[in-house]
Structures are given as C-alpha cells and as structure tokens.
Design a protein around this ligand. Structure first.
Ligand code: EPU
Length: 457
C-alpha cells in the first residue's frame, strides 16, 4: 500500500507550534465508562485517533448512541438503550486495540454477559490479561475462553472484593474501577496503578456518582452504588504525545511549542529532559521545548510505573540519546521487549547494545527471565537515512524522529500505525517544517527555494 509509506528528508530542525488534545490512554476508557451511566455523557478534548474510532464502533454495536457535539473534539455518548451485540460484529474488531477488555465489567452490569474479541495493541511484550480475568472472577464472573474470543457471565450482581495486584497494571486497575463502582459492597484494591490517566478516570467515575477513595499507598477503596448517571468531562492532555514532540525537538535541534501540554503530569519527564540538555518553558497554555545548544549529556534512565519515568517516553528519548555525548544506560522495567526498535537505529548509524541483565536498581521482573530489556547507547552518532518498517506505536514515532534527525532520505513503511495514537501527525510534521512526502506527491519546497511555478513577470 503506497499510502502507508512516508519519505522523510532529514537534517532540518523541527520548529513551530502544534497542539495535543486528550490522552489516548484515557479517552477510550472514559468512553467505556459512559456505558455504566443511566443518562448521556459528554466527553470533551477527544482526539481523532484510531483507538477512539474502535471504541466508538464497539459502543454503537452495543446500542450506545455516539454523536459529535457542537464543541470541537466533543462526543455525546447515550447508553439509554444498551443491548447485546452480534458476536460476529464484535469479532470484526478483533486485534484492533486492547481497550475491548475493559468492556467486561460494564457489560456484565448492564447485560449480565459479555463477549470480548481477541485483543490488539503494540507488540512490545507478551501483554497477557491474566490479572484482568482473575479480578473479574473475584467479582463473581464466570469466564469461558473460545478460539474467537472470551465469554463472560454474571449469574447475579457482581460483589465487591479484596484484590492485590501482582504488579501495578494500568489496565487491570481500570478493570477493577469500571467493575467495582456498580458491584455490591466495598472493593479494596492494593498495589494499584496510579498513572494520571487513572486518576482522571476516577474523576470521570466520581462525576457519575461513584464513591472512590485514592490512598497514598497504591490502595484504592471503591464503595459500590446502585446506579450511576452521565458525566461532563474534559479529558486530561496527552502527556505521552507531548513528550514525543519534545524529543523530536531535542533530536533535531529544534524548538517546538506544544499547546495543551501540562507540567503536572510531565514532571518526571521534564527533569530527565533537562538533565539530557533540553530546555523547556511552561506557561498557562502549554510547554515550549527546545535544544539548549551545545552537547547533549548521556544519562542513566530506568522506566517505571507512575510517578517513575513512563515506559512510553522511553523510545522517543532513546533517539535523542543517540545524539548525547558519552554512554547512556537504559533499563526498561515495564515491558520485556520494548527495546527491539533499536536495531533499526543501529542500521541508521547509532551504537546501541542490548543486554538481558538489569542495568539499574529498580526492581524488575525481566532480568531473571533473560529478556533483552537493558541498553547502552553510545553517542553522539551521525544518523543516516534508511529504509524503516514501523514496529509499534511509540517505536514508529521514534523512527520518524530518527529519520528527521538523520542526514538524507528515509523510507518509512507502516506509518498508518501511528494514527492509532497521534492525531493528525502528518499535518503537525508539516506545520513544524518537516520535509516529508507521501510517494506520488510533489516534493516539499524548502523556504527560499524557487517553487518552480510559472508566475506572471
Ligand atoms: N501485565 C500482566 N498481566 C496483566 C496485565 C498486565 O502481566 O493481566 C503486565 C504487562 O505484560 C506489562 C505490565 O504488566 O509488563 C504493565 O502492563 P499494564 O497493564 O500496565 O499496561 P496496559 O494497561 O496494557 C497501558 C497503556 C500503555 C502503557 C501501559 C503502562 C493503554 C491503552 N495502554 O497498557 O500504553 O505503556 O499502560 O503505562 O492505556 C502506548 O500508549 O503506547 C502504550 C503501550
């Protein structure tokens, strides 16, 4: 498919302004939460990304009316007539996203049963869903796995329970929240994830009438209620997209104002960005990120659950680290296979060596299991344009950054994957002065070059 290929002519700084909207890792989940209400919900700041379209399709299959509101980026979701969906229709969404697993609790409450198709999402590790099914069993659901998907049944109202997650999983914490709010009695969740997107989901649920107490020690208490209403909510901004553009500014020696970015959810990223040699300035509307001049500095980096350094920030930052002087050490502790994308960076001229040992002190599940989850990045390296195939969402965006920082032209295959989580990324790249070209298009004209058009003298 030729329109899934992008030619990137690198070597120019990205400069200008772009805007980020609501977080990819909150918006689809807030849409699922609307299923729990008796009345319509209004979600604002919704980005136009594929995960939103997938959830919209699944909600509509279950009788939820979803329409675009008057405000830009507004969705109105009306779950007044929730109904069972045809299994074959649901199955058409198999492999599209990981969000369908979060329909379990709401559908069990509304219909007493649920069918969940095979899940999609990025190939950055095994990504099991064992915690999800275990907690649903604890609430009283019965689960049957079939080749085409999973059937769940609740013979009676689900009951609150005590849960301790083996790892603070974002998805499993959301599963508990979306199930416990309408379950009978109190649910105590220990070792919960507390990412900002989860706290925003708790705000959504509280607006609907839920009673949720967020402790300081990863404990969440949820008192089940009999009924929930709709909500009116503006989604928190996408801190992962904002950081991706910040890394693009750093790697290309550019200067990007990210309208919509917010300091509160990005504090850990901002500290690291500054240590590497990036500069930033926060104002009420967004954050400006730029390369502060001089050499970038090598750092030691470990990804972790919030409030640690978010794993989704790791891949774009590694591209910038290829331009830092010295040895950077990266220890990925959230996903076992999130460093595979570095092979292509080496092909472009980077020097990145992977290790299965834990190169850091953060407790990690992967060292003993021989996964190559640590890296040593030796820089600075001159990157040269190359042929690249996008492996996953963040890795894919990182390839775009590398191609923009490189000398010469890169051919990037599979760019459609980036639409899963980056709204209008082609327009944004062009707004920032990137020289990108879909095959068959006329090449972009650099500022000051004659356009070649005939003009009246
Ligand atoms: N895990 C299990 N069993 C489970 C669930 C998780 O072993 O049942 C493990 C995973 O294999 C992984 C770790 O726990 O090693 C963390 O997974 P988590 O459940 O926290 O991740 P997720 O909910 O599947 C969300 C985001 C990811 C983000 C992670 C971590 C969405 C749709 N996805 O995934 O985002 O990296 O939390 O913050 O919210 C991305 O945006 O590119 C992305 C991958």
């Amino acid at each position: 498919m030729t329109d899934d290929v992008l030619l990137v002519h690198g070597g120019n700084p990205l400069e200008g302004e772009i805007r980020v909207r609501g977080a990819k890792n909150l918006v689809p989940k807030a849409m699922v939460a609307a299923l729990l209400g008796q009345g319509p919900s209004r979600l604002r700041n919704v980005p136009d990304i594929r995960d939103v379209k997938v959830v919209r399709g699944l909600l509509q299959l279950h009788g939820v009316t979803v329409r675009i509101g008057d405000e830009d980026g507004e969705l109105i979701l009306d779950p007044s007539h929730v109904e069972s969906a045809n299994v074959a229709d649901i199955d058409a969404h198999a492999g599209s996203s990981r969000i369908p697993i979060l329909f379990c609790g709401p559908l069990l409450h509304r219909l007493g049963h649920a069918f969940i198709p095979g899940l999609g999402g990025c190939d950055i590790g095994g990504r099991p869903v064992d915690f999800h099914f275990e907690v649903l069993r604890q609430f009283g659901a019965t689960i049957e796995k079939h080749p085409q998907g999973t059937y769940l049944v609740a013979q009676q109202r689900l009951r609150g329970t005590r849960i301790e997650l083996p790892y603070p999983s974002v998805g499993a914490t959301e599963q508990v929240l979306l199930t416990a709010v309408l379950a009978e009695g109190v649910t105590e969740l220990r070792n919960a994830a507390i990412e900002p997107e989860i706290v925003d989901l708790i705000c959504v649920l509280q607006k609907m009438g839920a009673i949720i107490t967020l402790g300081t020690d990863r404990t969440i208490l949820i008192t089940g209620v009999d009924e929930l209403g709709g909500y009116n909510h503006r989604a928190l901004p996408d801190r992962l997209e904002a950081a991706s553009w910040a890394c693009a500014a750093l790697a290309t020696k550019g200067d990007i104002y990210v309208r919509g970015a917010r300091q509160l959810e990005m504090m850990t990223f901002l500290n690291t960005f500054r240590k590497v040699g990036g500069a930033f300035e926060v104002d009420d509307e967004g954050i400006r990120f730029w390369h502060s001049g001089g050499e970038l500095k090598a750092i030691a980096l470990e990804t972790d659950v919030h409030p640690g350094f978010q794993t989704d920030w790791q891949q774009p930052l590694v591209v910038a680290l290829t331009q830092a002087t010295g040895l950077s050490i990266v220890h990925e502790t959230v996903y076992e296979s999130r460093l595979g994308f570095t092979g292509a960076l080496n092909q472009m001229g980077a020097h990145i060596q992977l290790y299965s040992e834990c190169l850091g002190a953060t407790p990690c599940r992967f060292g003993a299991r021989n996964f190559q989850h640590s890296a040593v990045v030796s820089g600075p390296s001159k990157l040269i344009g190359s042929e690249l195939v996008i492996p996953d969402l963040r890795g894919g965006f990182s390839y775009l950054i590398a191609a923009l920082a490189a000398e010469g032209t890169s051919t990037v295959h599979g760019i459609d994957l980036i639409n899963r989580g980056y709204e209008n990324f082609m327009d944004k790249l062009r707004d920032l002065g990137a020289h990108v070209e879909l095959p068959g298009e006329l090449p972009p004209v650099a500022a000051g070059e004659p356009s070649g058009e005939l003009v009246d003298a």
